[in-house]
Design a protein around this ligand. Structure first.
Ligand SMILES: Cc1cc2nc3c(=O)[nH]c(=O)nc-3n(C[C@H](O)[C@H](O)[C@H](O)COP(=O)(O)OP(=O)(O)OC[C@H]3O[C@@H](n4cnc5c(N)ncnc54)[C@H](O)[C@@H]3O)c2cc1C
Length: 373
C-alpha cells in the first residue's frame, strides 16, 4: 500500500511526487508512455512571466514565476539554466501590452544584450520588447530527478476503484491518496464538468552556428545555444489531436513553420535538425489551472441541488470523491506553474490549506450544474 499514487509523469505529476517524497511518503507514479513523454517532453520548458494586462491568470503565473525560479535553482540546479529572456511583441496590440507591463511590473527589468539585439531582424528590432532574468528547464532530466525515490510504473492506468479506505489501481496497486495528472490525454474519470482543451505543439532541436546567449520569444520560442544546439518550439496547432485525428501529424510542415517563424525574429543559418518533439499541452476553458479535489457530480446534484443554484454556491457543501485530486490545465506555463501548484495541492491534501477558489475544479462543476436547469 502506497501513501500516494500519481497518474501521469509530466511536470505536474513529478512536481507533486517531489512534494510528497520530501515528506517521506511512499509514492507510486504511473505513465503510459514514460517519464516526461507527453506535453512536458515536447516543451521548450522556459520559465517566464506572463506579459499581459492585469487579471487572475497573470497574477498566479507571475507569483509562480518568482517561486519557480528560486525553486529550480535551489533544488534542481543540474537541470535548470538561468538565461536572460528577450520577449518581443508580435504586433502593435502587443506593443501596447508590453508598454503597460513595463510601467507596472515589480520584476526587475534588464537591458537586452547588445550582441543579441544586433542579430534581430529589422521587423523584430522595431517592436516593443522586454528583457529580464529568466530560465529554462531540461524537461526530461528535471522530471527524472523529481521522482527519484518514487516507484515508477511504465503502464497505462485503465481502472481506479475506491475500496472503502484506499484506491485500487489497475486491480493491482493500492494507495491511500490518488492524484490525476494526465494532461490533455484521454479522460480517466468520466465527470462531465471536467473539460480540457489540448493544443498540439512541436519543438525542434537544431545544430547551427548561431551563438545565442538568450531565450528569445516572439512568434516562436528560441532557446539559448546549449551544447551546440538551439531549441525552437511553439504550441500552435489547435486542430491536431493524436487520439482523435486519423492522419499522422505532418512533421515536415511543422518544421517549416517553426523555422519560418523563427526567421522573422532572427537569421539562423546552417540549420541541421537533430530531433523533433511533439505533444499536447492542456488548458481549461477559463485558462486558469485545475488543482484540487473532485466533485461527485451525480451525488451532489441529487443531494444539494438548491445549494448549487444560488448566485455564489458554497463549494464546501458539494460532495467530493474521497482522497482524489487533480492537477492540470496549466496551458503554456506548465513548467512555471507546476512547483507552485504542487505545493498548494500537497498543503491541501495534508490539511494545511484550502484550495483557492480560482483554481479549484469545483468552479466548473458549479457552472456545468447551473446550465442543466
Ligand atoms: C511544444 C510545447 C512547448 C511548450 N513550452 C512551454 C514553455 O516554454 N514553458 C512552460 O512552462 N510550458 C510550456 N509548454 C506547456 C507545458 O509543456 C505543459 O503545460 C505541461 O507539460 C503540462 O504538464 P502535465 O504534467 O500537466 O501534462 P503532460 O506533460 O502531458 O503529462 C501527462 C502525462 O500523463 C500520461 N497519462 C495520461 N493518461 C494516462 C493514463 N491513463 N495512464 C498512465 N499515464 C497517463 C501521459 O502519457 C503524459 O505523459 C509547452 C508545451 C508544448 C507542447
Amino acid at each position: 500500500m502506497y501513501d500516494i499514487a500519481i497518474i501521469g509523469a509530466g511536470i505536474n505529476g513529478c512536481s507533486t511526487a517531489y512534494e510528497f517524497l520530501k515528506e517521506n511518503k511512499s509514492v507510486l507514479i504511473f505513465d503510459k508512455s514514460g517519464v516526461a513523454s507527453g506535453g512536458s517532453g515536447a516543451a521548450g520548458a522556459f520559465i517566464s512571466p506572463k506579459f499581459s494586462k492585469a487579471g487572475d491568470l497573470k497574477e498566479i503565473i507571475n507569483d509562480a514565476f518568482v517561486y519557480s525560479m528560486n525553486y529550480y535553482e535551489q533544488n534542481f540546479s543540474q537541470a535548470f539554466t538561468k538565461a536572460q529572456l528577450l520577449h518581443i511583441a508580435k504586433d502593435e496590440k502587443e506593443d501596447a501590452i508590453l508598454r503597460v507591463f513595463k510601467e507596472n511590473t515589480q520584476l526587475s527589468l534588464q537591458k537586452p544584450k547588445h550582441e543579441v539585439f544586433e542579430k534581430l531582424t529589422k521587423e523584430a528590432k522595431a517592436r516593443e520588447s522586454i528583457s529580464l532574468e529568466a530560465g529554462l528547464v531540461d524537461a526530461q532530466k528535471m522530471c527524472q530527478l523529481m521522482i527519484e525515490g518514487a516507484k515508477f510504473m511504465h503502464q497505462e492506468v485503465e481502472s481506479i476503484v475506491w475500496e472503502d479506505d484506499y484506491w485500487l489501481i489497475n486491480d493491482s496497486y493500492g494507495a491511500k491518496e490518488l492524484v490525476l495528472a494526465t494532461g490533455a490525454y484521454k479522460k480517466l474519470l468520466q465527470e462531465p464538468y471536467i473539460e480540457l482543451r489540448g493544443v498540439w505543439g512541436h519543438r525542434i532541436d537544431i545544430k547551427t552556428d548561431l551563438q545565442n546567449p538568450n531565450s528569445i520569444h516572439q512568434f516562436v520560442s528560441i532557446s539559448p545555444t546549449l551544447n551546440g544546439k538551439v531549441a525552437i518550439g511553439a504550441t500552435h496547432n489547435v486542430h491536431y489531436h493524436p487520439q482523435i485525428n486519423k492522419e499522422a501529424y505532418d512533421i515536415k510542415a511543422g518544421r517549416r513553420e517553426l523555422l519560418e517563424k523563427a526567421s522573422r525574429t532572427l537569421a539562423i543559418d546552417d540549420v541541421e535538425i537533430v530531433k523533433d518533439y511533439t505533444g499536447l499541452r492542456s488548458g481549461s476553458f477559463d485558462y486558469m489551472p485545475l488543482v484540487g479535489p473532485l466533485v461527485l457530480s451525480k451525488e451532489t446534484l441529487q443531494c444539494c441541488e438548491k445549494k448549487i443554484r444560488v448566485k455564489k454556491p458554497d463549494y464546501d457543501s458539494f460532495l467530493y470523491y474521497p482522497h482524489l485530486s487533480m492537477i492540470n490545465g496549466s496551458g503554456g506555463y506548465g513548467f512555471v506553474l507546476a512547483p507552485y501548484l504542487a505545493r498548494i495541492l500537497k498543503e491541501h491534501i495534508t490539511g494545511a490549506r484550502k484550495i483557492p477558489l480560482t483554481i479549484t475544479p469545483a468552479r466548473f462543476f458549479a457552472r456545468w450544474a447551473k446550465k442543466l436547469s
